[in-house]
Ligand binder design. Structure first.
Ligand code: GTR
Length: 423
């Protein structure tokens, strides 16, 4: 290349580089729809051989239409959805994905084991509680912790947190900020809040059955192939906490959100499908079997999840390993089953295992059902930019910078959304 051309090329490159780092370029970057960082994709593919993180390798797929009934008829009015189509989808998810809950009658009691009346400098009353479930002379109990604002002017909305990591005892929750369950923040924002640990309900391990509530209901008999599994059992427990909350006149039982992260986020979505009393479901980094579309087979797949966590899903789900296209449902229909109530999905940009794009796509694919039920929801096929929450009507979404986890920024964006629906 002649020297003057080389100079010119250098000048061009420098001009381009400076344009890229200019404030305008940064502002543009901040508005650009999120997409996975190619360097991260490369790194992750090297780390986990056989896992797809490359967008162009996502198989072509057609999602099942939530508004096409099993007999092929179009569901054109809300009355048809409410009278039959919703039940058809519930049956498919129960039989093929999460399992059926038991039908036995049981009684439930709530026992207060400790109380702090001046938690958070007097802002809240905190209680240690036990939910005691009885069938004949047998009983099963699990603990939860509850905080209620002290000086509210009337019944307050509440957030039930499914803790898939550890149990946070009352004293700890009252004295130490934990971004996984920031009880004080919730109180300061005007919410009552309760939290329980999943393993206290159904141990989170493949051989944990005997020690959990599922075995209690089955009186020790092994689970049938389509019986409920851990995710459904944990969601059931969230409903039992709601039973208690509904009985209190300080909390408005019609304004309760259920929140979970990862396996807890899969649980919060399904909990809200099974229990129409939940006003909002928030799923954080829930991925495969949660918000993410199974048919994308991006990051964690049906094969991986049902192999590694056989106690989460009922047996038939594992039969769709590498045959996702044959699933009679996909995860956008879990979101559709929560409509017209609120759904908020959150991803994080380093957590490609959970397939952020597939989580967002399933939220938008549920839009026709929100619309049928007379509600607005996110329809924009382009993902929002990083750290730019998007809220439309009954749905919200954000993708946060950082890794797999639930923390203060997630809570703050979620609570802004909850405020818009519950306050
Ligand atoms: C992972 C699992 C995910 C997600 C996560 C979690 O190992 O593959 O589906 O649920 O655990 O719960 O943190």
């Amino acid at each position: 290349m002649p020297q003057f051309q080389r100079h010119f090329a250098t000048i061009l490159v420098l001009a381009f580089a400076s344009a890229l780092s200019s404030p305008q370029a940064n502002a543009q970057e901040a508005k650009r729809p999120w997409s996975a960082n190619p360097e991260l994709v490369k790194k992750l593919e090297l780390r986990r051989v056989g896992v797809n993180y490359t967008e162009s390798k996502v198989p072509d797929y057609t999602l099942p239409n939530p508004l096409t009934a099993n007999d092929g008829a179009a569901v054109a009015i809300a009355a048809t959805w409410n009278a039959s189509r919703r039940a058809e989808l519930m049956k498919l998810f129960r039989d093929q994905v999460y399992g059926r809950r038991p039908k036995q009658e049981y009684s439930i009691q709530f026992e207060k084991t400790a109380e702090i009346t001046d938690a958070f400098d007097g802002a809240a009353t905190g209680r240690s509680m036990n939910a005691i479930i009885s069938i004949a002379d047998r009983s099963y109990s699990f603990p939860f912790v509850l905080f209620i604002p002290n000086n509210a002017r009337g019944p307050v909305p509440a957030v039930i947190h499914i803790n898939n990591r550890y149990f946070i005892p009352l004293d700890t929750a009252a004295s130490k900020h934990d971004p996984f369950w920031p009880a004080r923040t919730l109180i300061e924002r005007g919410y009552a809040t309760a939290s329980f640990h999943t393993s206290n309900v159904d141990p989170d391990k493949r051989d944990g059955y005997a020690g959990g509530v599922r075995s209690f209901f089955a009186n020790g008999q092994p689970p049938k192939d389509n019986a409920w599994r851990s995710l459904s059992a944990w969601g059931w427990a969230a409903s039992r906490v709601l039973d208690h909350i509904e009985s209190l006149d300080t909390i408005d039982g019609a304004r309760v959100a259920v929140v979970g992260h990862s396996r807890g986020g899969k649980t919060s979505l399904w909990a809200a499908c099974e229990d129409p009393r939940f006003a909002i479901a928030y799923s954080n980094n829930s991925g495969c079997g949660g918000a993410a579309l199974s048919r994308r087979a991006y990051g964690e797949t049906v094969r991986r999840i049902t192999t590694n966590f056989p106690h989460w899903f009922c047996k038939p789900f594992s039969e769709y390993a590498d045959r996702e296209a044959e699933l009679p449902v996909d995860q956008h229909e879990v979101i559709a089953l929560i409509a017209p109530r609120g759904v908020y999905v959150a991803s994080s940009d380093q957590d490609l295992w959970a397939d952020p794009k597939g989580e967002y796509a399933s939220l938008t694919a549920a839009a026709p059902v929100f619309q049928l039920l007379g509600k607005e929801s996110i329809t924009n096929p382009e993902m929002p930019a990083l750290n730019q929450p998007r809220v439309v009507g009954q749905t919200g979404y954000h993708i946060r910078s950082g890794g797999h986890g639930l923390g203060d920024p997630d809570w703050n964006w979620f609570l802004d959304f909850a405020d818009s629906l519950l306050k």
